[in-house]
Design a protein around this ligand. Structure first.
Ligand code: PRP
Length: 214
């Protein structure tokens, strides 16, 4: 039997995804819900479908290289890792937020007009693409979290990060300068596997689309 692997992200997106999976009739085994468990791969009520739980950035890699045929990933990750092998046909309309550029409240506004800025971000490619369109060279410092600390400590003038409520920016004396992109999470498929195993994968895709519409 061909085992299909469905990669889902940990954290906030997963909380919003679970009711959709339930409506789609995809029920993971009990240990999936045990936060103490170190298990990473889980069976489901479908004998040919297993779920893996990985970091959101890693969902894209698992799907792009065919280790998973299906996944759920934020548009922020797709902007950063635009793998050709990833087909993103369905906006799940969960994990909604925005990718924004922010700076210190009292930062010199003309900083942004210089031809070179230093930016801390988890998204160096998306950041460079954004600044390149403005003919500004961005020197990106890749951080993996707590990005909002960087400007006040002089690490950079600006940050590029996800903004949802805006509370993290406010709590760190930052203001949103520009929205780069609206973000939500997509159901993604490995193009090759969707061609070769489409007859097995499509019922799950249809189930998820039905769950969104119903
Ligand atoms: C995300 C993001 C911001 C914060 C924005 O971080 O990187 O820091 O949420 O949310 P807000 O606008 O509602 O305050 P997350 O909590 O996912 O942790 P991370 O810093 O480890 O990425």
């Amino acid at each position: 039997m061909t085992k299909l692997i469905f990669a889902v992200p940990k954290g906030r997106i997963l909380e919003e995804l679970l009711p959709i999976l339930q409506r789609a009739g995809i029920i993971p085994e009990a240990s999936f819900f045990d936060l103490e468990s170190r298990q990473l791969r889980f069976t489901t009520n479908h004998p040919n479908l297993d779920i893996i739980r990985v970091r959101s950035f890693d969902v894209a890699a698992f799907v792009a290289f065919g280790a998973a045929c299906m996944g759920v990933v934020g548009k922020d990750v797709l902007l950063e890792f635009p793998y050709e092998e990833i087909y993103a046909p369905i906006d799940l309309k969960i994990g909604k937020c925005r990718l924004s550029m922010a700076g210190l409240k009292h930062a010199k506004q003309n900083d942004i007009n210089s031809s070179h800025v230093r930016v801390a971000t988890k998204y160096p490619k998306a950041t460079q693409d954004y600044f390149a369109k403005k003919a500004i060279q961005a020197e990106c410092i890749k951080l993996n979290g707590a990005i909002e600390l960087a400007p006040s400590l002089g690490l950079c003038s600006y940050i590029v990060d996800l903004v949802s409520s805006g509370n993290t920016l406010t709590a760190n004396n930052l203001v949103e300068v520009d929205k780069i992109a609206d973000i939500s999470s997509y159901l993604v498929l490995n193009r090759t596997l969707y061609k070769t195993e489409g007859h097995l994968i499509k019922p799950y895709v249809d189930g998820i689309v039905g769950a969104l519409n119903g």
